[in-house]
Design a protein around this ligand. Structure first.
Ligand code: PGA
Length: 255
């Protein structure tokens, strides 16, 4: 049984003080829903990781803390970067890797994403590896070939034991921050295809364990129908994760 996961990707929003306020409001919104049937992961900017970690750790709900990015090296002269060891020391459990915004604005390649996926596992962080097609690729019917390439490259050299613990987020780029969501059927189709790629790479046991999320304009109003699909194990939520009441409603949709 795969436990659904709902992750909030705050992107470059919220100071550490706003983060503390958010956690209070979210806990309030989720009161009475602490049966641990869904894992909630908050991915704030690096500057708010510590605040989110300390304010979530003693709560009843299963909160996890995730970073939005990291460098693959343990330490070094890489001005402005943060290492997996530093994230681990903050009790981060997850790290988003290869988000389309990182690929587009910061030149991340499939090879770079693969180094980060491997570094995450090496330091016992769970990578949330993102993949997804652009609008043009979608129009040309290249969704499957795009995600196939990204998933194979991202997991290159990863053992089946490690892959089983990973999380994949399928995020069609045309749906991110646009208000256009993939239909539940389309999300299911592509996510079940991604699962079949994992079966080819690592076998049935891994593909039945690995969690695959949908991301791209998830909201309280569409979450239940997306998460209700058999292969969709939750969501990676951007804009709608910034509002505690909205995010709480999305978490409840995953229950
Ligand atoms: P969105 O972003 O929910 O605002 O579309 C999702 C993401 O980028 O992870």
């Amino acid at each position: 049984m795969r436990i659904p996961l709902v992750a909030g990707n705050w992107k470059m929003y919220k100071t550490h003080l706003e983060a503390i306020h958010f956690v209070e409001q979210l806990a309030h919104g989720l009161a009475g829903h602490d049966d641990q049937k869904v894992e909630i992961v908050l991915c704030p900017p690096h500057t708010a990781l510590r605040s989110v970690q300390t304010t979530t750790e003693d709560r009843h709900q299963t909160f996890g803390v995730g970073a939005q990015n990291m460098h693959h090296e343990t330490e070094g002269a890489f001005t402005g970067e943060v290492s997996p060891v530093m994230l681990k020391a903050l009790r981060c459990k997850y790290v988003i890797v290869g988000h389309s915004e990182r690929r587009e604005y910061f030149g991340e390649t499939d090879e770079g994403v693969n180094s980060k996926v491997k570094a995450a596992f090496e330091h016992e962080l769970v990578p949330i590896m993102c993949c997804g097609e652009t609008d043009e690729e979608h129009e040309r019917g290249e969704t499957e070939s795009k995600v196939n390439g990204q998933v194979r490259a991202g997991f290159d050299g990863v053992s089946p034991e490690k892959a089983a613990r990973a999380v994949i987020a399928y995020e069609p780029i045309w749906a991110i921050g646009t208000g256009k969501t993939a239909t539940p059927e389309d999300a299911q189709k592509t996510i079940s295809y991604i699962r079949s790629v994992i079966t080819e790479l690592f076998g049935d046991a891994v593909s039945s364990q690995i969690r695959i999320l949908y991301g791209g304009s998830v909201k309280a109003g569409n979450a239940a129908s997306l998460f209700g699909q058999p292969d969709v194990d939750g969501g990676l939520v951007g804009g709608a994760s910034l509002d505690a009441a909205e995010f709480a409603a999305i978490v409840k949709a995953a229950l």
